[in-house]
Design a protein around this ligand. Structure first.
Ligand code: HEM
Length: 193
Protein backbone atom coordinates (compact mmCIF):
# COMPACT_ATOMS: atom_id res chain seq x y z
CA UNK A 1 0.00 0.00 0.00
CA UNK A 2 2.82 2.42 0.95
CA UNK A 3 4.46 1.79 -2.43
CA UNK A 4 1.33 3.03 -4.22
CA UNK A 5 1.59 6.43 -2.57
CA UNK A 6 4.43 7.64 -4.77
CA UNK A 7 2.18 10.12 -6.70
CA UNK A 8 2.07 12.21 -3.49
CA UNK A 9 5.87 12.48 -3.51
CA UNK A 10 5.78 13.17 -7.26
CA UNK A 11 3.27 16.02 -6.76
CA UNK A 12 5.45 17.64 -4.12
CA UNK A 13 8.69 17.24 -6.08
CA UNK A 14 7.12 18.70 -9.26
CA UNK A 15 5.46 21.63 -7.51
CA UNK A 16 8.43 22.53 -5.32
CA UNK A 17 10.72 22.37 -8.39
CA UNK A 18 8.22 24.63 -10.24
CA UNK A 19 8.25 27.02 -7.29
CA UNK A 20 12.07 27.24 -7.31
CA UNK A 21 12.22 27.66 -11.10
CA UNK A 22 9.53 30.35 -10.98
CA UNK A 23 11.35 32.29 -8.26
CA UNK A 24 14.62 32.11 -10.22
CA UNK A 25 13.05 33.26 -13.49
CA UNK A 26 11.46 36.46 -12.18
CA UNK A 27 13.06 39.83 -12.93
CA UNK A 28 12.35 40.88 -9.31
CA UNK A 29 10.90 39.10 -6.23
CA UNK A 30 7.27 39.99 -7.01
CA UNK A 31 7.65 38.80 -10.61
CA UNK A 32 9.35 35.66 -9.23
CA UNK A 33 6.29 34.84 -7.09
CA UNK A 34 3.99 35.48 -10.08
CA UNK A 35 6.04 33.00 -12.10
CA UNK A 36 5.99 30.61 -9.15
CA UNK A 37 2.15 30.78 -9.04
CA UNK A 38 2.00 30.16 -12.81
CA UNK A 39 4.49 27.28 -12.80
CA UNK A 40 3.03 25.53 -9.76
CA UNK A 41 -0.40 25.54 -11.47
CA UNK A 42 1.28 23.95 -14.50
CA UNK A 43 3.02 21.34 -12.35
CA UNK A 44 -0.30 20.28 -10.81
CA UNK A 45 -2.21 20.14 -14.08
CA UNK A 46 -0.94 16.71 -15.31
CA UNK A 47 -1.66 15.15 -11.91
CA UNK A 48 -5.14 16.65 -11.94
CA UNK A 49 -5.89 15.40 -15.46
CA UNK A 50 -4.67 11.88 -14.65
CA UNK A 51 -6.95 11.84 -11.58
CA UNK A 52 -9.89 13.27 -13.54
CA UNK A 53 -9.52 10.81 -16.43
CA UNK A 54 -8.32 7.74 -14.46
CA UNK A 55 -11.58 5.80 -14.32
CA UNK A 56 -12.49 6.67 -17.95
CA UNK A 57 -9.07 5.55 -19.22
CA UNK A 58 -9.37 2.35 -17.17
CA UNK A 59 -12.81 1.59 -18.57
CA UNK A 60 -12.06 2.45 -22.20
CA UNK A 61 -8.58 0.91 -22.53
CA UNK A 62 -7.59 -2.25 -20.71
CA UNK A 63 -3.87 -2.33 -19.98
CA UNK A 64 -1.73 -2.80 -16.86
CA UNK A 65 -0.95 0.95 -16.93
CA UNK A 66 -4.57 2.15 -17.12
CA UNK A 67 -5.63 -0.45 -14.53
CA UNK A 68 -2.93 0.78 -12.13
CA UNK A 69 -3.91 4.42 -12.69
CA UNK A 70 -7.60 3.61 -12.05
CA UNK A 71 -6.79 1.57 -8.93
CA UNK A 72 -4.48 4.26 -7.52
CA UNK A 73 -6.51 7.34 -8.49
CA UNK A 74 -6.89 8.23 -4.78
CA UNK A 75 -3.10 8.67 -4.52
CA UNK A 76 -2.97 10.68 -7.75
CA UNK A 77 -5.68 12.94 -6.33
CA UNK A 78 -3.77 13.38 -3.10
CA UNK A 79 -0.62 14.10 -5.13
CA UNK A 80 -2.55 16.87 -6.89
CA UNK A 81 -3.84 18.21 -3.54
CA UNK A 82 -0.25 18.40 -2.27
CA UNK A 83 1.01 20.10 -5.40
CA UNK A 84 -1.89 22.57 -5.47
CA UNK A 85 -1.16 23.49 -1.86
CA UNK A 86 2.18 24.77 -3.17
CA UNK A 87 0.21 26.81 -5.77
CA UNK A 88 -1.84 28.25 -2.88
CA UNK A 89 1.34 29.21 -1.04
CA UNK A 90 2.82 30.85 -4.16
CA UNK A 91 -0.33 32.78 -5.07
CA UNK A 92 -0.91 33.95 -1.49
CA UNK A 93 2.69 35.22 -1.27
CA UNK A 94 2.39 36.91 -4.66
CA UNK A 95 -0.93 38.56 -3.74
CA UNK A 96 0.38 39.86 -0.45
CA UNK A 97 3.67 41.15 -1.94
CA UNK A 98 1.93 42.77 -4.91
CA UNK A 99 -0.87 44.11 -2.68
CA UNK A 100 -3.51 42.53 -4.93
CA UNK A 101 -7.08 42.30 -3.66
CA UNK A 102 -9.02 39.19 -4.67
CA UNK A 103 -12.06 39.71 -6.91
CA UNK A 104 -15.38 38.10 -6.00
CA UNK A 105 -14.99 35.84 -9.04
CA UNK A 106 -11.57 34.57 -7.86
CA UNK A 107 -12.79 34.14 -4.30
CA UNK A 108 -15.81 32.09 -5.34
CA UNK A 109 -14.18 30.16 -8.21
CA UNK A 110 -10.68 29.63 -6.77
CA UNK A 111 -11.60 29.74 -3.07
CA UNK A 112 -14.50 27.33 -3.61
CA UNK A 113 -12.14 25.03 -5.50
CA UNK A 114 -9.73 24.93 -2.55
CA UNK A 115 -12.53 24.24 -0.04
CA UNK A 116 -13.72 21.33 -2.18
CA UNK A 117 -10.16 20.12 -2.80
CA UNK A 118 -9.43 19.84 0.93
CA UNK A 119 -12.81 18.25 1.69
CA UNK A 120 -12.02 15.67 -0.99
CA UNK A 121 -8.51 15.08 0.38
CA UNK A 122 -9.85 14.64 3.93
CA UNK A 123 -12.47 12.14 2.76
CA UNK A 124 -10.16 10.15 0.47
CA UNK A 125 -10.19 7.09 2.72
CA UNK A 126 -12.37 3.99 3.14
CA UNK A 127 -13.79 5.06 6.52
CA UNK A 128 -15.07 8.39 5.13
CA UNK A 129 -16.51 6.61 2.07
CA UNK A 130 -18.50 4.29 4.32
CA UNK A 131 -19.61 7.11 6.61
CA UNK A 132 -20.71 9.53 3.87
CA UNK A 133 -22.40 6.89 1.68
CA UNK A 134 -24.01 8.51 -1.40
CA UNK A 135 -22.86 11.97 -0.28
CA UNK A 136 -19.25 10.87 -0.78
CA UNK A 137 -19.87 10.43 -4.51
CA UNK A 138 -21.79 13.72 -4.69
CA UNK A 139 -18.94 15.63 -2.99
CA UNK A 140 -16.23 14.10 -5.18
CA UNK A 141 -18.20 14.53 -8.43
CA UNK A 142 -18.90 18.19 -7.64
CA UNK A 143 -15.32 18.83 -6.50
CA UNK A 144 -13.53 17.24 -9.43
CA UNK A 145 -15.74 19.09 -11.93
CA UNK A 146 -15.32 22.40 -10.11
CA UNK A 147 -11.55 21.98 -10.33
CA UNK A 148 -11.86 20.99 -13.99
CA UNK A 149 -13.93 24.12 -14.60
CA UNK A 150 -11.33 26.44 -12.98
CA UNK A 151 -8.46 24.88 -14.98
CA UNK A 152 -10.39 24.89 -18.25
CA UNK A 153 -11.63 28.47 -17.93
CA UNK A 154 -8.20 29.71 -16.81
CA UNK A 155 -6.69 28.25 -19.97
CA UNK A 156 -9.61 29.34 -22.16
CA UNK A 157 -9.09 32.91 -20.90
CA UNK A 158 -5.40 32.72 -21.78
CA UNK A 159 -6.13 31.36 -25.26
CA UNK A 160 -8.64 34.18 -25.91
CA UNK A 161 -6.10 36.77 -24.73
CA UNK A 162 -3.24 35.05 -26.62
CA UNK A 163 -1.23 34.69 -23.37
CA UNK A 164 1.09 31.84 -22.40
CA UNK A 165 0.86 30.30 -25.86
CA UNK A 166 1.22 27.57 -27.07
CA UNK A 167 0.99 25.94 -23.60
CA UNK A 168 -2.49 27.36 -22.97
CA UNK A 169 -3.83 25.80 -26.21
CA UNK A 170 -2.33 22.43 -25.36
CA UNK A 171 -3.70 22.50 -21.81
CA UNK A 172 -7.16 23.55 -23.02
CA UNK A 173 -7.19 20.71 -25.58
CA UNK A 174 -6.12 18.18 -22.92
CA UNK A 175 -8.83 19.46 -20.52
CA UNK A 176 -11.56 19.22 -23.14
CA UNK A 177 -10.25 15.81 -24.27
CA UNK A 178 -10.47 14.51 -20.68
CA UNK A 179 -14.08 15.75 -20.45
CA UNK A 180 -14.74 13.99 -23.78
CA UNK A 181 -13.49 10.71 -22.29
CA UNK A 182 -15.80 11.05 -19.29
CA UNK A 183 -18.76 11.80 -21.56
CA UNK A 184 -17.91 8.78 -23.77
CA UNK A 185 -17.92 6.50 -20.69
CA UNK A 186 -21.17 8.05 -19.42
CA UNK A 187 -22.88 7.56 -22.83
CA UNK A 188 -21.64 3.98 -23.04
CA UNK A 189 -22.93 3.31 -19.51
CA UNK A 190 -26.38 4.64 -20.41
CA UNK A 191 -26.52 2.53 -23.59
CA UNK A 192 -25.50 -0.55 -21.65
CA UNK A 193 -28.04 0.19 -18.88
C1 HEM B 1 -8.16 32.05 -4.74
C2 HEM B 1 -7.61 31.15 -5.53
C3 HEM B 1 -6.58 31.38 -6.58
C4 HEM B 1 -5.82 32.49 -6.87
C5 HEM B 1 -5.85 33.87 -6.20
C6 HEM B 1 -4.92 32.14 -7.96
C7 HEM B 1 -3.94 32.95 -8.46
C8 HEM B 1 -3.12 32.65 -9.52
C9 HEM B 1 -2.05 33.47 -10.03
C10 HEM B 1 -1.58 34.79 -9.41
C11 HEM B 1 -1.57 32.86 -11.14
C12 HEM B 1 -0.45 33.38 -12.07
C13 HEM B 1 -1.13 34.29 -13.10
C14 HEM B 1 -0.31 34.50 -14.35
O1 HEM B 1 0.22 33.54 -14.91
O2 HEM B 1 -0.23 35.67 -14.80
C15 HEM B 1 -2.33 31.66 -11.35
C16 HEM B 1 -2.18 30.82 -12.41
C17 HEM B 1 -3.00 29.75 -12.62
N1 HEM B 1 -3.85 29.16 -11.72
FE1 HEM B 1 -4.34 29.87 -9.91
N2 HEM B 1 -5.17 30.83 -8.33
C18 HEM B 1 -6.17 30.34 -7.52
C19 HEM B 1 -6.70 29.08 -7.55
C20 HEM B 1 -6.53 28.21 -8.59
C21 HEM B 1 -7.20 26.93 -8.74
C22 HEM B 1 -8.14 26.32 -7.70
C23 HEM B 1 -6.82 26.41 -9.95
C24 HEM B 1 -7.19 25.15 -10.61
C25 HEM B 1 -8.14 24.34 -10.23
C26 HEM B 1 -5.92 27.35 -10.55
C27 HEM B 1 -5.35 27.23 -11.79
C28 HEM B 1 -4.47 28.11 -12.34
C29 HEM B 1 -4.00 28.01 -13.71
C30 HEM B 1 -4.42 26.99 -14.73
C31 HEM B 1 -3.07 29.03 -13.89
C32 HEM B 1 -2.30 29.38 -15.17
C33 HEM B 1 -1.04 28.61 -15.29
C34 HEM B 1 -0.42 28.84 -16.67
O3 HEM B 1 -0.36 29.99 -17.14
O4 HEM B 1 0.01 27.85 -17.25
N3 HEM B 1 -5.74 28.40 -9.68
N4 HEM B 1 -3.25 31.54 -10.33
Amino acid sequence: MIARRWPIALGLVLSLSALMLGLRSGVDPIDGWLHAARWTARAGFPLFILTYAASSLGRLWHSPLTRALWRDRRWWGLGFAGSHTVHLYALATYNSMAGKALTAQTLIGGGGAYVLLYLMALTSNDAAMRKLGRNWKRLHTLGIHWLWFVFTFSYLGRVIQGREMPFAVLALAVSLGALGLRIAVWVRGRKGA
